[in-house]
Design a protein around this ligand. Structure first.
Ligand SMILES: NC(=O)c1ccc[n+]([C@@H]2O[C@H](COP(=O)([O-])OP(=O)(O)OC[C@H]3O[C@@H](n4cnc5c(N)ncnc54)[C@H](O)[C@@H]3O)[C@@H](O)[C@H]2O)c1
Length: 440
């Protein structure tokens, strides 16, 4: 099938590559000339395991192309996926300008039947707005052309995006048009050969499902963070509590890890946007208000631990920071808790030496104006002469460090483990002081 991807970011690029991988002819369009030039040059602008190989394979096979030409993009695909950003507006609502610009672009150019597929995370009612926008453009052109709008929210996780897309646990389709559903069923058939994973529902429910999923996951994180802070106060160990409740199949182990707060491009903005929608419709979501408040406080929890041990004035102190990305296996720094930690340390006068296996280039770009932040070539280089190691992202390579080597290199032997990676007894046995999140 001919498929156009409008927006070639984390979601658009992965979706485009995976759809090409199963045989579709995919054209990825973006307004960012530099991004398209990078891709045309054979380079991949984001870090995502397995993605470069898949892109190269499909470009070589002629099934995956990139363009900044809007006319070519609209002409190409019967399916026009919209995968542009929906960042938070000042009031917390999702900013729809990119989605509606994409819709306008389709309406201004289409000359035959199209199915417009909203893949971006969008507030309930967006499909109607996309439909109206396209209809208005067609009317301006004096044309009557059939088209359908479908909601197909994306559930991939950065860091495992290719695998998630190739083996989805569900594919949500919101639609009121049988023919459009049939086309999407066909395009997704190769991804669900063992059993049907397609959940077809009305448009509004599909749009709400995406927000509900992210809100639920964020709720679990904030719940565990708040409980971990209580465990600190009660001298209980949250790790035992986590296992004790995770064993209950009704609860399960996933997303029960306390830490330095959630970040990234989705949870913070989606929790805000859902609250905005709820508020707007006179049905405020009180649980989500708490989820967000807890998360904001949690991003400073490591600073609270550090200043609790060393005092509020940190001038002359130096800290090693392990992990900059908002989670492992990505270089995404959007709303990363590391940013709050870096800022908290630097505004108290400390210096920070950071190490991250893949996000340092991105950190240098987004934190270029931060004075007092430098970068190390290896985790052990980062800790040399420091007054503490602060672990912010749970990269695999941080999971089992040589604690004796850390002790030798640190000026002050403190470990602030923002992801509860280490056994406190083991760290202490090496002569280091250990501070976790809710650990005894
Ligand atoms: N990143 C994730 O893990 C993830 C997961 C699920 C859903 N989502 C949702 O998917 C959407 C996209 O997220 P992302 O992380 O891929 O964003 P992104 O910022 O990485 O990519 C968006 C791309 O759209 C391009 N763009 C903007 N306006 C355009 C236009 N009019 N025409 C063509 N291209 C345009 C931008 O230049 C950018 O390259 C968001 O709504 C997000 O909430 C993201």
């Amino acid at each position: 099938m001919n498929v156009t991807m409008i927006g070639t970011g984390y979601v658009g690029l992965v979706t485009g590559a995976c759809l090409a991988e199963v045989g579709n002819d995919v054209l990825c369009f973006d307004v960012d000339n530099a991004k398209i030039a990078t891709l045309e040059d054979g380079r991949v602008p984001i870090h995502e395991p397995g993605l470069p190989e898949m892109i190269h394979r499909n470009v070589a096979a002629g099934r995956l192309r990139f363009t900044t030409d809007a006319d070519a993009a609209v002409a190409h695909g019967t399916l026009q996926f919209i995968a542009v950003g929906t960042p938070p507006d000042e009031d917390g609502s999702a900013d729809m300008k990119y989605v509606l610009t994409a819709a306008r672009g389709i309406g201004q150019r289409m000359t035959e039947y199209k199915v417009i597929v909203d893949k971006s995370t969008v507030p309930v009612g967006t499909a109607d707005r996309v439909r109206e926008t396209i209809a208005k453009e067609l009317e301006t052109r004096g044309l009557k052309l059939p088209f359908a709008v479908v909601s197909n929210p994306e559930f991939l996780k950065e860091g495992a995006a290719v695998e998630d897309f190739m083996k989805p646990d569900r594919i949500v389709i919101g639609a009121d048009d049988e023919h459009a559903v049939a086309l999407l069923r066909a395009v997704y058939a190769p991804f669900q050969r063992s059993h049907d994973r397609l959940l077809v529902m009305d448009l509004r429910s599909a749009e709400l499902t995406k927000y509900a999923a992210n809100a639920m996951l964020a709720t679990r994180i904030s719940f565990m963070n708040e409980l971990a802070n209580l465990a600190d106060t009660l001298d209980a160990d949250i790790e035992h509590v986590r296992q004790g409740i995770g064993a209950d199949p009704r609860i399960g182990y996933q997303f029960l890890y306390p830490g330095a707060g959630y970040g990234g491009s989705c949870f913070p903005k989606d929790v805000k946007a859902l609250q905005f929608t709820a508020q707007q419709h006179g049905a405020p979501l009180q649980v989500l208000h708490a989820v967000e408040t807890v998360n904001e406080a949690q991003k400073s929890r490591l600073i609270v631990k550090i200043t609790g041990r060393l005092g509020d004035k940190l001038a002359g102190r130096k800290f090693a920071l392990w992990g900059l990305a908002f989670k492992p296996n990505t270089d995404d720094m959007r709303e990363a808790p590391s940013r709050t930690v870096v800022q908290g340390l630097i505004e108290r006068g400390a210096e920070v030496v950071a190490y991250d296996p893949v996000a340092m280039d991105e950190a240098k770009r987004v934190l270029s104006d931060v004075r007092g932040l430098s970068y190390a070539l290896s985790p052990l280089d980062a800790v040399a002469g420091c007054d503490g190691l602060v672990v912010v992202t749970e990269w695999k390579e941080f999971r089992s460090p040589d604690f004796a080597a850390l002790k030798r290199r640190l000026r002050t032997p403190l470990v602030f483990d923002g992801r509860n990676l280490y056994d406190p007894a083991l760290v202490r046995a090496a002569g280091l002081e250990y501070f976790g999140i809710g650990r005894r």
